[in-house]
Design a protein around this ligand. Structure first.
Ligand SMILES: [Zn+2]
Length: 299
């Protein structure tokens, strides 16, 4: 099977609005990351097997594009942003990212109006938009919620010069200038009204999913539990190259997706095709992602 996907244009996405219970939610994009040839990102599986999975799902077989779907909600009188994208960093995953601020402008959301930022973990594509390259906070009124253990690990200067060097530099330049604005959540804690932290360790030691609940409706923000809507759902025990502990990440993935499938809880896949809203269903030895159709809703 050849490359059967249709080429996509390079326009930015308009803001996508939907309701969860009585809460208005908006998804904006930081633009896609180019992860390069699939075999680089998903080791331990033959290239042939990956190509078969991608081709069978009508996906590009030569490169993996990972979206960055950033959610904004109003909870308890606070405007909360989930993840911040790559910021100005253009050397790691191509030049199509860094669009968060133009996307926010298009959505009519001023950075000054953001009260809280929640990050699943401190990797570049999640915390890269917190500060400008010169160290100025880009969301001057926001407190930043993340895991303490992950913060300490990814800003540790001892990791400079190791293979984590680029990620640590970006974490240090985005998080250290706002050190006094950081708030650390615990596993299971409802750290903002209707926003619960759920540790899903493996990608990082305390990688965190967020369960957002409004009026008896919940949405699971799965962060980097899966970087791909097919490869790591059909074969959830396969590995992703940037997982700190791939076996633990796989166990978290299986556990989370089994729970989401059983509860029929909708998800927001940060790296899934825009806007990343859908469901996870159990299928065979793994799972299947069922995207929800994009539609216009009265707001
Ligand atoms: Zn990520």
């Amino acid at each position: 099977l050849g490359n059967s996907s249709v080429l996509q244009n390079s326009n930015t996405y308009p803001p996508y609005r939907f309701h969860l219970g009585d809460t208005e939610c908006t998804v904006v994009s930081d633009g896609p990351l180019d992860l390069g040839p699939p075999a680089q990102s998903f080791p331990g599986v033959s290239e042939e097997e990956i190509r078969e999975q991608l081709a069978r799902n009508f996906l590009p077989i030569d490169t993996v594009l990972a979206e960055q779907n950033i959610l904004i909600v109003q909870v308890g009188g606070k405007r909360v942003l989930f993840e911040t994208g790559m910021g100005a960093e253009e050397t790691l995953f191509g030049t199509n990212s860094g669009r968060l601020f133009s996307s926010l402008e298009r959505a009519g959301i001023a950075p000054e109006s953001v009260d809280a930022i929640a990050c699943s973990h401190p990797h570049p594509d999640h915390i890269g938009g917190i500060c400008s390259p010169s160290g100025e906070p880009r969301f001057p009124n926001a407190q930043i919620y993340l895991s303490k253990k992950d913060f300490s690990f990814w800003t540790d200067e001892k990791l400079l010069g190791t293979k984590a060097d680029a990620a640590v530099k970006i974490a240090r330049s985005n998080l250290l200038p706002v050190r006094d604005r950081l708030v650390f959540f615990e596993d299971g804690e409802e750290f903002l009204p209707g926003v619960q932290a759920m540790y899903t360790p493996g990608h990082t030691a305390e990688h965190t999913c967020f369960i957002l609940t409004a009026k008896n409706q919940s949405l699971a923000l799965i962060g980097d539990v899966s970087h791909h809507p097919v490869l790591l759902l059909e074969r959830p025990r396969n590995h992703f190259v940037a997982d700190l502990d791939p076996k633990q990440a796989a166990a978290s993935r299986v556990r989370l997706f089994a729970m989401l499938a059983e509860k029929r809880m909708p998800i927001l896949g940060y790296h899934f095709p825009w806007p990343g809203i859908g469901h996870v269903a159990a299928e065979g030895d793994g799972f299947r992602y069922v995207p929800e159709a994009v539609r216009w809703t009265a707001t």
